[in-house]
Design a protein around this ligand. Sequence first.
Ligand code: NI
Length: 400
Amino acid sequence: MLKNKIKKLALEIKAEAIENRRYLHQNPELSFEEYKTVAFVESRLRQIGIEKIEKKAVTGLTALIEGRNPEKKVIALRADMDALPIFEQNDVPYKSTKEGVMHACGHDVHTSSLLGTAKILHQLKNEFEGTVKLIFQPGEEKAPGGASFMIKDKALENPKPKAIFGQHVMPLIPVGKIGFRSGMYMASADEIYLTVKGKGGHGAMPETLIDPVLIASHIIVALQQIISRNSDPKIPSVLSFGKVIANGATNVIPNEVTLEGTFRTLDETWRQKAKELIAKMATGIAEAMGGSVDVNIMHGYPFLKNDPDLTSRASVAAKEYMGEENVVDLDLWMAAEDFSYYTHEMAGCFYRLGTRNEQRGITSGVHTPTFDIDEDALEIGSGLMAWLALKELETVTIQN
Ligand code: NI
């Protein structure tokens, strides 16, 4: 039985997957600087015997594992490879050797897990029909996102996959479990930069000034109206300003105030409209109060949608592989992830790999200096992804 073969192979490659993960964890590279990482991935793939490798987007690559009848159907599997600018505080033998750079979002896990999947699938290539395309991408953590460059560099062409899977570590879910969510799952994220301009001077003579602090305050409050009055209550939206700089003094009104925030939602049409409203409202308020505002909105990742059919098939397949009790439903998440770009190009399914182990104190969240995983997750991550790919290659989907 294929499932048992995969499970056996996943157990066999586990030690190597852990070794690969530890190497990557010790040698993290920041977004778009993954030169050594991608060289390591390529050398491991060649060691496995995978030859069809193409460099993409400078520090990314695609690779093909062809089964019998390789043109029949193509399924893509994606891993991201970049680390974060964080000082690791874990006291472990595989601690980052690069000060201030850390795999604190588990992309070392995604990469080593996909290498494990590759090794399993390569050994089974006479037992399936179709092709599995591996996508190792750079720069997930940095706008505009490595996925967008991979797509521009034709990672999804020649051959074109029918569907794509991606997984992400989840320290909220115990190791041994997997989480799925159908439909909208993660938010789009746009960065809002506003520079409010007035006329500074002595705080005791406001009548001679145009106070950008007061204008900025009105703008922050008024923009929340876009969320509460203009937004469809059925579509989740968030607008937060986390950086406000008015560098005056108790008695000094500054010339300008800068505001930086994030806008997140789960609908592309509304996302566009909301950004226009933000600019219009901020400009109108500033002008009405005698000042002006420079609006600069940095377009980030789109929202992430999991294809309902693909996700439901994957969830059924995962239950077969892991047992019904180990497959959980996920809630909406207003964080962003650049896998979303792929989900607007083709059917995509982004699921969560449980990595938590409370007994061993492995509970820290992603993007924290003490983030770590229970490495048993690598056996599951490698095996399950191989299983999902092969199940999906077997599925006959109706063309339209
Ligand atoms: Ni991540």
